[in-house]
Structures are given as structure tokens and as C-alpha cells.
Write a protein that binds this ligand. Sequence first.
Ligand SMILES: [Zn+2]
Length: 141
Amino acid sequence: MTTTSEYKKPIPRPTGESQPFWDFCKKHELRFQRCSKCNTFRHYPRPLCGECGSFDFDWVQVAPKGTVHSWVTAHRAFHPGFAEELPLAIVIVDVDEAPGIRIMANYNDGTKADEVAVGAPVKIVFDDVTEEFTLPKIARA
Ligand SMILES: [Zn+2]
């Protein structure tokens, strides 16, 4: 498998708060922080709830399913590693079982930008891009 130093695209730089999210991705589990007091999901990972201020939370596993909220079509590569994939659809997906959570990713199944539609059901899949990192990607449901 590709090592992180060989990988040609940007890679996450986890913080102490985001490391668990990436560790769960490596296990092909989609988990988000959910406040233990008021049950509000939040993402990106952070120490306290924006709704009630509680520091108590759980990492709740949700089904890797969502709905396309919006997308953009990149016609220019914002990083050289993506040049061969243009035009590239970058989608924002509402996660079905985590109200209020949207993730941004690109398709992993060859879906072309002109095939994307708002409201389309999608799967969130896990791409083991290096020995260390697994990235969430999108595939048609
Ligand atoms: Zn809360």
C-alpha cells in the first residue's frame, strides 16, 4: 500500500481532537461527536457543544448514508494531485443519521460532475489511501 510520503494528494493533519475521527475512518466506521447533554451532533471535532456548552460527548456511529446537499465542479486542479481527475465533482452531503452534519468529499466510484444531482442518495465509503490514512469518499447509492 502507498505510504503517506508517496501519496500525491493532500492528506489530513489530525489534531488531538480530530484524531479519533480519522482513527474511526481507518476502521471504516463513520462516527461523529454527539453531545451527551443535549444530543446535538457536531463536526468538525471539538471539545465543547455549541448548543449547550457541555464538554461531555460520545463518538456515535452512524450509517454511512447521505443525501447530496450541493456540489461544485472543479475545472481547474486546486492541487496537482487532482489534475488527471478533472472535471471533478466535490459534493456536500447531509449525513442521514446525524442531523445537521454535512461532510464534503469527492466521488470514489467514477461518477462524473454532470451526473450529480441535489437530493440524490449517496453512500459514504472509505478509501484506504495510505497505510496510515483512510478518507471518507462518496459513491452513488
Ligand atoms: Zn449540547
